[in-house]
Structures are given as C-alpha cells and as structure tokens.
Design a protein around this ligand. Sequence first.
Ligand SMILES: Nc1ncnc2c1ncn2[C@@H]1O[C@H](COP(=O)(O)OP(=O)(O)OP(=O)(O)O)[C@@H](O)[C@H]1O
Length: 264
Amino acid sequence: MAATDAQFPLPKVLTYPASTPPLLVTQGAEGRLYKTTHLLSDRPCALKYRPPKPYRHPILDSRLTKARISSEAKVLERCWREGVPVPAVYAMDPAAGWMMMEWIDGIPVRVGINKLLGPRPEEEALPETHEALLADLMKRIGAAIGALHKTGVVHGDLTTSNMMLRPRKSGQAGGSTGNEDEGEALNGDVFIIDFGLATQSMSDEDRAVDLYVLERAFASTHPRAEKLFAAVLEAYKETFKKASSVLIKLEDVRMRGRKRSMLG
Ligand SMILES: Nc1ncnc2c1ncn2[C@@H]1O[C@H](COP(=O)(O)OP(=O)(O)OP(=O)(O)O)[C@@H](O)[C@H]1O
C-alpha cells in the first residue's frame, strides 16, 4: 500500500527524501509499520510508528507512546545483544513515536505453514514429508523461544504471526532440508518480532503463560499441525536449562485454561 494516503499522515522522519517512497505494511489498532530506506538507501528497514491518539489526553498520550517505544526498543536491544533472533534496532525517537529496525526479508511463520499445508480439510492426515518439515520448523521455534526466555524476557503475545521466517541463502550452512521444493515455504531462520507487550521476567509462571499463549494460538491457527507442537517444547527444553520447571508450570496453566473454558 502506498504510504501517501491522507488518512495516514506520515511521521515527520518519513517526509525527508529517500531512495524509495515509504511503504505502509500494516495498520494496527495502536500503530503502523512502514518499510523504508530513510536510514540508508540500500538498506530497507522497518519503521514502527505509534501516531498520536486524538481520544487521549495529549500529555498522557505522549507519555504513553514514549514509554512504549522505549520499552520495546530496550527489550529488542537486550535480546539482540544476547543473540536472540530478533530484528536489530537501528534508530529511534520515542518522543516522536517511532523506532527503526532491521527489515526481516521473509514471511510470517503463519503464512509459511499455511502455504505448506494448503487448503486441505482439518481431518486429513499430513503426508510424512510435511510432518518432517513442520517438525523441523517447530524445533527452530522452540530454540528461539528458549533463547528469548534465557535472556529474562517474556514476549507476551507469541503467535505464528509474530514470528518471521527469513530464507537462508543457498550454500548457507543448514539451509537444506532435503525436500527443497516442498520445504521452501518453511526454509529459513526464525525471527521473533512485535515486542510491544514484552516484559522482563524470570518467573516460571510468566514463561509458562508465554508458551501457553503460543500453544493455543497454534492450535486455532493450524489445527492440522497441532500435534507437532510438542516439538516446540522439546527444542525449548534442549535450549534452555531452566525449562523443566517451566514445563511443569505449563501443566498448571493448561489446567486453569481448561477449567476456564469449561466454565465458559
Ligand atoms: N522487522 C520487520 N521486518 C519485516 N516485517 C516486519 C518487521 N516487523 C514487523 N513486520 C511486519 O509488520 C507486521 C506488524 O508488525 P508488529 O506486529 O510489530 O506491529 P503491531 O502488531 O502493529 O504492533 P503492536 O502489537 O505492538 O501494536 C508484522 O506482522 C510483520 O508482517
């Protein structure tokens, strides 16, 4: 979508000359995501912008926006420094409501999985090759979450839309799955994005809730692949040495979830 629509006035930083016009990628309830080359002409980046909210008191609004942008950037920087696969933060102006980060040139994990599964009915069994490809992706997801939790960060909104798959270039180690054509949709490194609800926490409960949110989201978005979710937890356990107590807590969280859904 062209970003010049009068309905969405650009943040000032995107009104300066650049090698390509900014592109509005998504418009959510809280913010917008642009693809832009405003930082360097040959390096696209993602600009997250939280525009002023006319329904909020202006002082409160600017304080909230500033705090949210700063907090998201701080968490991303911490993760990036510790080797968690997240986009690098390039620049920010919290008072103006924006943060510029590395553009992950790939597709959301949700799209990759749906591409592989195709529009088949829910009850149809998965071919073995698909199971293997999905299990491999699940392991990459589990390892990414393990690395995240290891740094003392919980995401707060883990879904397959908040993870991107960046394809590995041919010849790059680990790029081959053995099923090149079919596996293409799921090939690549998993990056976790959207840290708008992330917090710093070392608690088993918070970590377990993070996993539970993903488990529920996965079951409703990809019911045909639900049973493969166990591979996420296996890889999580292999990556994160405090995983055992989190997984015990996860049992409690699931139980509470079941009770809640029985009570309606
Ligand atoms: N670094 C990135 N590189 C490429 N695409 C991105 C990047 N960050 C976000 N996106 C794309 O933009 C979409 C929206 O981003 P994001 O989820 O961070 O925003 P949001 O949902 O509006 O945020 P919030 O929930 O904090 O209000 C993502 O689903 C993804 O497709």
